[in-house]
Design a protein around this ligand. Sequence first.
Ligand SMILES: [Zn+2]
Length: 245
Amino acid sequence: MTPAARRQATALLRQHPDYARWRDRQRENDPDYGVFLEASVWADEIRGDRRFYDAGKEAPTPTLPGFPDMRRHSDWHYRDQGGGEIDTRLAQLAHDLVFGMRALKVYALPWLAHLAGDIHQPLHTGGRNDRGGNQVYVRAPFMKRKRLQTLHGYWDDLPGQSGQHGASLARRLDSLRHLPSPASTEAVGDIRHWYEESRALIDRVAYPEDALIDADFHRRAQHYANLRLRAAGKRLGRWLNYLLG
Ligand SMILES: [Zn+2]
């Protein structure tokens, strides 16, 4: 991100109702960077946060100062045969980030950063009528942990452990630098394109034969996950430069 976009992002995140939590939890040398990392997983963390509620399943919780609503919005993270709205939501959030009132911009930034990553995970854009691989169990006999897990969870974990920080996170980022990244001629914020790329990977690489993840499948899946991660990061950076710069 450009210095101007970084400054803008930092100023917005400082006004977020959960800023103090992020600042206390972050563990980077550059706290603004650390806060941005925390903010980008906030949309997943509110799934287990009792201040928020699942619309249609739970009674609404009191709206806290600064939040437009307290819904968890689980269906914002994906779009598959069963529903979800990740693509249209991303477009709305980008719009809010530029044209919204200040409080809406503050709310939109963590969501946009999060969903820009999710949309690059193939199984967030569909599956085989199995809720994006959430209803398929796969075996991975060679893995030390999680020998049995959902295919969706397997793909979610490929970027690396959540909560990675400091030197270990920096090493992980370094390991991606040699990978090809999207052309600089590509349109900025081309949500449809990212979505279609993910869709194309569902049949090509997402599903192992006989629900068995062997070392060969794992190597290939890891490679594609790395490519998606690299693309997501580059694109999010360019997009935020455009939206906030
Ligand atoms: Zn998500």
